[in-house]
Ligand binder design. Sequence first.
Ligand code: PRX
Length: 635
Amino acid sequence: MSDYHIKTLEEYFKVYRSSVDNPEQFWGNLAEEHFVWRKKWNKVLSWDFSKPEIKWFEGAKLNITENCIDRHLATRGDKTAILFEPNDPNEAAQHITYKQLHERVNQFANVLKDQGIKKGDRVCIYLPMIPELAISVLACARIGAIHSVVFAGFSATALSTRINDSDCKMVITSDGSYRGAKTIDLKCIVDESLEKCNCVETVLVVKRINSEIQMKEGRDKWLQPLLENASTDCIPEIMDAEDPLFILYTSGSTGQPKGMVHTTAGYMVYTAYSFKNAFQYTENDVYWCTADIGWITGHSYIVYGPLANGATTVMFEGVPSYPDWGRFWNIVEKHKVTQFYTAPTAIRALAKEGLELVEKYDLSSLKVLGSVGEPINEEAWHWYNDNIGKKKCPIIDSWWQTETGGIMISPIPYVTPTKPTYATLPFPGIQPTLMDENGNEIKGNQADGRLCIKFPWPSIARTIWNNHQRYKETYFTAYKNMYFTGDGALRDEVGYYRITGRVDDVIIVSGHNLGTAPIEDAVNEHPAVAESAIVGFPHDVKGNALYGFVILKDTGESRNQDNLRKEINQIITEHIGPIAKLDKIQFTSGLPKTRSGKIMRRILRKIASKDTSNLGDTSTLLNPEVVQDIMDNAH
Ligand code: PRX
């Protein structure tokens, strides 16, 4: 038997070693023993990072939905596959069993076929976090259509750019969505976006909020009546291992969003394997990832990874603040959640709200806590550990990217000793390394460099849709024969990795490289600080100086801002050194954030640099109104 489930540190080191020494044997054995294939591969791996071209399990035939659904029917037919928790806590949760999921995916797949969707066609899915989102993703996979899920918080312009880039034939949306106390007219956004698209023939509309909407004759169709007439049997399309499974857009540092293309077999094997180990999932667990399926975290760790393991995966439609900031903990108690996976930005927001809303609920079902998407600062790490995990649940700070498809560097809970803010050790099969500015590999521990991966892993994105050249330039040109992540990282004395942030955020002050993340960590240590973002701005003597945008906690008391500035710089001096002190500190009520919660530093850099004539594209901001406010109060 292969080592599918790692249970001790000793095992981890053994498995890791064999995954590096004999990668083909390692992945070949895992793939053979834990998945259903229609035909076995001819070759486990062929690769050339200079082209770049990467193929896993070439020649194999399969359908990922057989692995995520059909194969569980005999043993887990009545087990809950998807546990849907609606926005409104008074609306009943839905337990969709594997049997029901099978029927619903098949019906949906038959509707897609009836509407003329064939293998290889692109289908854009623009839905809120309702069961139809997961079901439509799986229905596409069932018939070999390539899904392109666009997060339902994106604007009409962002949506049309994505629809056009991958030439989608169909859009699946809903009459609207619930978001806390608000409703959002998704269908209107789709209508507006389609004014700029000629490729879309059909729009399928799910009824969710029962609003009055316009249906365009010949193009728009309600989903429900079509489903009612569709058979619950649908023979899965047999796919090649390297057939595209989906496209998912991610923003680049410049230009158009990049349509990352993930293929079938490698993605399946890696997300399933990493899910099992990263969360130590066991049969009766209830796993909850709070991400939206519109992001890679949702694709890999709400849908494919959990379902490939026959898991129960929670899908939450709402927001953490509705009806109050205790909602997450209410859901944990209600469904006895065992693994909880969220983002540091959510943890910080929750930590700001005080402990009464945590202590109200029984969180004793929790076994594993996860963090993903950005570096987790020490204060947030401890808050999460102390108050949510009650110091009993290991925190897996998991580093990965849209491009990597699955978790790359992360503790394995109850196996890898954790260390606050460290993503710790690579998963089996992942070979990270650090490079210096001159393109040399940094050997040995206690290093600081640019994070690259030396060897392919099964779920690496294979290309950028319609732009292989950009794929090559972005990821494979900076360092020869390496995948460049765009992140900086430290390696400590035992070889643990700490991701310090995007290297484009590195600021050189008086010739010293300073990562923004550790400075922000230090600033956030101040008890009055809720969140901060640091950027560089040009300085006559130092080259660059540091500008901090700081959100204070709302404590109701007024504080002397000059004293606060001094105290913050004192903490920085203590944590990093006087070189990292901030030249400017601006207190602000908000920071410009993308809809996935990332701070848009590009805008802050421009404001800090007094270069505000052209702030670039701000259409993807969650809170564009803060920009003017920050500008008005800058310097
Ligand atoms: O900078 C890293 C940061 O998020 C980037 C990838 O973003 P995205 O493609 O949107 O995927 C996010 C979810 C997988 C990375 O290049 N990042 C992600 N996880 C971590 C992180 N930074 C620090 N620690 C993490 N655990």
